[in-house]
Design a protein around this ligand. Structure first.
Ligand SMILES: [Zn+2]
Length: 494
C-alpha cells in the first residue's frame, strides 16, 4: 500500500504597524515589561470602542494582492467567542464569512527544481491575543498573563491542502516570508512570533481496488520555525501511517484533532481541545463598521507595491543573462542584496560578472564577518567600479580580488578613490606597454636556456614557468597577453 501526503497551512503574519489594529497602543516586541502596552480598548474594558487602524488594513490588502488574491469590495468584522485568560474581552475580533480577500495562489519552486502551485483559500484580518505564562515547575503555583500582544494586527493566510511533502510546506513558508519582507508588510521575525503556522496533515491511502481512503486530519499548532514545521510534518506522516496500519481508522471515524510539536523530541503530542469551531458562535461585531474597498483603492495599493521576488528572479535571467540558479540565490537573499546586485551589474556593465562576485565573494564575506549587505564595507558603486576595470581589461581578475581584500581589511567603508590607491601601491595595473613586456620576455628567454630548449623539443608545459617569471618582472601584466606574446617569441626562435 502506498499513500499521498496532504498538507494545508494556516499562517499568521504580524503586520508591520507601529500601533495595534483597533487602538493606539504600541506593537513593539516587549516581553520584559508585561502589560505596559495596553489601554481600555485592547483590555476590553466596558465602554471602550475599537477604531480600525487604516495602515493595518491597507498593508493587509497589499499582502493579499501579492498572494494573487481577489479583494472583496465589502468586508466586515466578526466576534469569535471563546473564553481564555489571554483574551480579556471574551471574544477575538476576526473575519468570518466575508473576509477581505480570497482565491489567490503562490508558486513554489522545490529543491529538485519542480514547481508546486499552492492555492490560497482566503486571507483575513484579526487581532492577536495575549500570552499566558504558566508555572513550569509542575506545582501549578501561578499563571501569568501578558497582554502586550493583545490587539496586534495579524493576517491569517489559509492555503488549500495543495502541498504534498514537508519540503514543499517549508519552501512555501520561505517564499511567503521572502515575499512579505520584500513588500515590507511584515518583518516575519519568527523568534518574536511575527510569523507562525499551523499545519493540517493527513494521508490519502491507495487501496487495492484503486480507490483511496483518508486518515483523520491532524492540525499541528503554533509552529514557529521552518525547520520545526518540516520536522513536525515528517513525524506526523510516520505517526499517521503507523496508526492507520494498526487501527484502520479513517476520516469518517475520527474528527480533526489538534496536536503540538515538541522540538526536543521531534514528535507531535495531543493537545487539549480549546473549543470546537461550531462553539465560537461568530456574530458581526456591532462596534465596527464594515469596510468598502473600491477598484481605485486596489489600484492605489497595487501602485505602491514593489516588484515581487518571483518576477525579479525572471527579470534577472532575461536582463542580465543569469542562470535560474544564480537569479534565485541573489533574490532569495532579500531585497537589499538583490538591489545591491542590480546596482553593481548596471554600473559595471557585466551582469554575469557581478552575479559571480556577489554570490561567491560578497556572500562569503558577509557570512564570515557576520555582516548584512547594509553594513558591508564595500558599497555597490565601489564594487561596480572595481568590476568595471576588470570588464575593460584594466585589471586582472586576480588583482581585483587583491583590491577587494585590501578594501575589506581597512575596516572602513570603502570609496572609489581607494581602488586607485590600492592598485598603485600594489602595482596591480595591467601593463599595456608592449615594449616592457617584450623586454622582460627576452630577458627571461636569455636566462632560461633549459626550459626554452624543453619547449622547443615539444614540452609545451615548460612555457608555464617562463610565464611566471615574466609576470614577476612586469607586475600587473595580463597573464593571457604575456602567454600569447611569449609563445609567439618562443616559436620564432631558431
Ligand atoms: Zn490598546
Amino acid at each position: 500500500m502506498s499513500y499521498d501526503v496532504i498538507i494545508g497551512l494556516e499562517v499568521h503574519v504580524q503586520l508591520q504597524t507601529q500601533t495595534k489594529i483597533f487602538c493606539g497602543c504600541s506593537t513593539a516586541f516587549n516581553p520584559d515589561q508585561p502589560n505596559v502596552q495596553t489601554c481600555p480598548v485592547c483590555l476590553g474594558l466596558p465602554g471602550a470602542l475599537p477604531v480600525l487602524n487604516g495602515k493595518a488594513f491597507w498593508l493587509a490588502v497589499k499582502t493579499a494582492l501579492a498572494l494573487n488574491c481577489e479583494i472583496a469590495p465589502f468586508t466586515k468584522w466578526d466576534r469569535k467567542q471563546y473564553f481564555y485568560p489571554d483574551l480579556p474581552k471574551g471574544y477575538q475580533i476576526s473575519q468570518y464569512d466575508l473576509p477581505f480577500s480570497h482565491d489567490g495562489h503562490v508558486d513554489v519552486v522545490t529543491e529538485s527544481g519542480g514547481e508546486r502551485h499552492v492555492r490560497i483559500l482566503r486571507a483575513h484580518l484579526e487581532e492577536d491575543a495575549g500570552k499566558n505564562l504558566h508555572d513550569e515547575s509542575g506545582r501549578g503555583r501561578d499563571s501569568q498573563v501578558d497582554l502586550n500582544r493583545a490587539g496586534t494586527p495579524l493576517v491569517e493566510i489559509v492555503t488549500e491542502p495543495d502541498m504534498r511533502t514537508a519540503e514543499e510546506a517549508r519552501r512555501f513558508l520561505e517564499e511567503l516570508r521572502l515575499l512579505l519582507t520584500y513588500l515590507e508588510v511584515s518583518d516575519c521575525n519568527m523568534q518574536e512570533g511575527s510569523l507562525r503556522c499551523d499545519a493540517n496533515v493527513n494521508l490519502h491511502v491507495h487501496q487495492p481496488d484503486g480507490g483511496k481512503v483518508a486518515t483523520p486530519i491532524v492540525e499541528v499548532k503554533n509552529l514557529n520555525s521552518f525547520r520545526f514545521t518540516e520536522q513536525a510534518i515528517l513525524h506526523e506522516v510516520e505517526r499517521q501511517w503507523e496508526e492507520f496500519q494498526r487501527t484502520g481508522k479513517t476520516i469518517k471515524d475520527a474528527p480533526k484533532s489538534t496536536r503540538g510539536f515538541d522540538p526536543g523530541r521531534g514528535v507531535t503530542y495531543p493537545m487539549r481541545e480549546k473549543e470546537e469551531a461550531a462553539d465560537y458562535r461568530y456574530f458581526p461585531d456591532p462596534d465596527l463598521v464594515p469596510v468598502t474597498v473600491t477598484p481605485a483603492d486596489v489600484a492605489r495599493v497595487r501602485a505602491e507595491m514593489c516588484e515581487t521576488p518571483i518576477s525579479r528572479r525572471q527579470r534577472f535571467q532575461t536582463d542580465y543573462q543569469l542562470s535560474a540558479y544564480d537569479a534565485a540565490v541573489l533574490v532569495d537573499q532579500g531585497r537589499e542584496v538583490a538591489e545591491y546586485f542590480e546596482t553593481v551589474a548596471r554600473a559595471a556593465g557585466d551582469g554575469k560578472q557581478a552575479a559571480n562576485w556577489i554570490t561567491q565573494d560578497v556572500l562569503r564575506e558577509l557570512n564570515d564577518r557576520q555582516l548584512t549587505i547594509a553594513t558591508f564595507p564595500i558599497p555597490a558603486p565601489v564594487l561596480a567600479d572595481l568590476l568595471g576595470r576588470v570588464h575593460r581589461k584594466e585589471l586582472t581578475l586576480k588583482s581585483a580580488r587583491e583590491v577587494f581584500a585590501a578594501l575589506l581589511e581597512s575596516g572602513e567603508p570603502a570609496n572609489i578613490e581607494q581602488i586607485g590607491q590600492v592598485i598603485a601601491e600594489k602595482g596591480l595595473a595591467i601593463v599595456q606597454d608592449a615594449g616592457a613586456i617584450d623586454a622582460a620576455i627576452a630577458q627571461v628567454i636569455a636566462a632560461n636556456p633549459k626550459p626554452v630548449a624543453d619547449f622547443k623539443s615539444g614540452k609545451a608545459q615548460a612555457a608555464g614557468a617562463l610565464i611566471g617569471q615574466v609576470m614577476k618582472l612586469v607586475k600587473g601584466a595580463d597573464p593571457q597577453g604575456v602567454r600569447e606574446r611569449l609563445l609567439e617569441q618562443l616559436k620564432s626562435l631558431p
